[in-house]
Design a protein around this ligand. Structure first.
Ligand code: BDR
Ligand code: CA
Length: 306
């Protein structure tokens, strides 16, 4: 069992990704850290607690950064709803799961206490991770790799070339790519390709309460515009941990644009060494869509409330 930290801004697809991992025998989720992103920090923290309370899993939740390093918050309520989790009615959150210390201190604690290197899965802006690495660089020796939903090898969603998680806090993302840690980048293009169709939601509904919760969240995702397919951004990053064979990876030097107003937050993915940088990332360039869909529905459908 490999130790895992999930740093996240739930978020509908974040909730789906976390659900995929809670029963996975090959990973032990030691901490869920919230970060401001899709909605404000109060909501993302509360949403993580609500999801875990619904699932009945006692995983500690640490509240993280309330804003990006240098910029104002930008939320994605049009995709995730005002509270960040659509209209599904969750039970009242069990606040005893909330840690006393904030996310950076809790991430440091988990990393230093672990006997083996810890994997970090990031599903939101990279503010906590940048603060962690800058404040406690000694933790780097305890990190196996960072698997990140973020960036794009092509077009963006919040900018023409800017993806949300990176563009909201581009300086933080730049720090992470420059940290020297191995980064696995699962970008927007992969989440767009790995999409569910309406029939998959019906299958999730039929699987039981947990599948029904995820289907209900996705029905309200993106303002309910699901006819073109339901984009699986954060679940793709989670699936890279679980079934890497479904993905094609390519080594690259990746850097983040932080100054141009036209391309702010763009991930510049250099496969050919044009910029002279050493490869710092394993970039996901393709996904087996049908394999992904059936694995997703199957995995989420098997999770039971406890
Ligand atoms: C990313 O932005 C968020 O809205 C999603 O949860 C995902 O992490 C996609 O750009
Ligand atoms: Ca997210």
């Amino acid at each position: 069992t490999r130790p895992l930290i999930i740093d996240t801004d739930p978020g509908i697809d974040d909730a789906a990704a976390i659900t995929m991992l809670v029963d996975e025998p090959s990973f032990d989720i030691r901490l869920i850290a919230s970060v401001s992103g899709n909605v404000g920090i109060g909501h993302t923290t509360n949403n993580a607690l609500k999801l875990l309370t619904f699932l009945g899993r006692r995983i500690p939740v640490a509240r993280g950064a309330a804003a990006p390093l240098m910029r104002d918050n930008r939320f994605a309520t049009e995709a995730h709803g005002k509270s960040g989790m659509g209209s599904f009615v969750f039970p009242e959150p069990d606040t005893s799961l909330l840690t006393e210390n904030n996310a950076v201190l809790e991430e440091r604690r988990v990393l230093l206490e672990s006997d083996e290197p810890v994997t970090i899965l990031t599903l939101g802006p990279l503010t906590n991770i940048a603060l962690l690495l800058a404040t406690f660089p000694e933790v780097k020796d305890h990190i196996d790799r960072i698997v990140m939903m973020g960036g794009s090898t092509g077009r963006g969603n919040i900018g023409v070339y800017g993806e949300f998680n990176i563009s909201v806090d581009p300086e933080a993302a730049k720090m992470v790519f420059r940290s020297g840690l191995p980064v696995t980048m699962v970008g927007l293009d992969i989440g767009r390709k790995a999409h569910l169709v309406a029939g998959d939601l019906d299958d999730l509904d039929a699987s039981g309460e947990v599948g029904g919760m995820v289907a209900s969240l996705f029905r309200s995702y993106d303002g309910g515009h699901i006819e073109e397919g339901i984009k699986m951004y954060d679940p793709s990053a989670a699936m890279v941990l679980l079934q890497p064979d479904l993905f094609t990876m390519r080594q690259a030097f990746v850097d983040v644009e932080i100054s141009s107003p036209l391309t702010l937050g763009a991930t510049v993915v250099d496969y050919d060494g044009i910029l002279g940088g050493k490869a710092n990332a394993s970039v996901c360039v393709d996904v087996d869509v049908d394999g992904f869909r059936s694995a997703f529905v199957d995995r989420v459908g098997r999770v039971q409330r406890q």
